[in-house]
Design a protein around this ligand. Structure first.
Ligand code: DGL
Length: 280
């Protein structure tokens, strides 16, 4: 991508491949901008790691994307958004060398949409153990829609199934049914399910099949992309800092061959990736 010195791409970060489901939708709605996608594949999954470790890894990724010239970074990862976003926004950005850069997450834009879906006011959230233990969804939903009952369900096996390319294989059925059944048994009034992990859209056909028809699924890609478009309209001071060449550069902390193979399943196109190292 060709960039002038003062303009930069939008950084999109995930622990692994899941953020590609968000990136695709962002690029569909906002094709004019340049993007850098960073997957910390060598250290994923994040969802079973401790708060401090997720914080450290996410901050390293954000610093990397800032150093690559991104004025705006999207944490396209619920686990990183749940565990590290607030810390970065409140404690890192204000003392960083350019406090006008911005980092946005995926939880708030998802939560804002639920009132358009639920009639029973009972909402389920499936997510990684990290996101569930933070109770970020329940907290954010409670702030915007205090009348809504929220049941969060950790699905520790779902990310590994996706990361190992098993999401559409018969072996995935067992774990999809196990967690969805547990959730619906715990609250049979749930009529809306948030897929609160950017990896889960790859399991969507199996999740759909495992749930009663009355339950609607909310995937995040479109919601996050629409919210970003709205953010850029409301923040012309940020929009004018973004380069507009329509380019995409993929970076991974793992071996690029492996990344390219699996990433092309997510994007449906060929992917060229570069290996990078994240430091402190
Ligand atoms: N895709 C990430 C999310 O949305 C989690 C994957 C992981 O556990 O690393 O939460």
């Amino acid at each position: 991508m060709s960039l002038t010195s003062s303009l930069g791409p939008i950084g999109v970060f995930d622990s692994g491949y899941g953020g590609l489901t968000i990136l695709s939708e962002i690029r569909r709605q906002l094709p004019q901008y340049d993007y850098i996608y960073l997957g910390d594949n060598a250290r994923s999954p994040y969802g079973t790691r401790s708060f401090d470790v997720i914080n450290d890894f996410t901050l390293q990724a954000v610093k990397y994307l800032f150093a690559e010239g991104c004025p705006l970074v999207i944490l396209a990862c619920n686990t990183a958004s749940a565990k590290a976003l607030r810390e970065i926004q409140q404690h890192y950005l204000p003392i960083s060398d350019d406090p006008t850069r911005r980092v946005l997450g995926v939880i708030r834009p998802t939560v804002e949409a639920i009132s358009e879906y639920t009639k029973t006011k009972h909402v389920g959230v499936v997510a990684t153990p990290g996101t569930v233990s933070s109770h970020s969804y329940a907290t954010e939903i409670g702030k915007l829609f205090p009348e809504v009952v929220v049941k969060e369900q950790a699905c520790p096996m779902w990310v590994p199934l996706v990361e190992y390319g098993e999401s559409d294989k018969p072996g995935a059925d067992y774990f999809v049914r196990r967690y969805t059944e547990e959730l619906i048994e715990a609250d049979p009034e749930i009529d809306t399910l948030i897929l609160g992990c950017t990896h889960y859209p790859l399991l969507r056909p199996k999740i759909r099949e495992a749930l009663p028809e009355s339950v609607q699924l909310i995937s995040q890609g479109e919601l996050v992309a629409t919210s970003l478009a709205d953010y850029l309209q409301r923040h012309p001071e940020m929009e004018c800092r973004l380069s507009q060449g329509g380019g995409i550069s993929y970076r991974t902390t793992e071996c690029p061959d492996k990344f390219e193979e699996l990433a092309s399943i997510f994007t449906g196109t060929e992917v060229d990736a570069v290996r990078v190292k994240l430091g402190s």
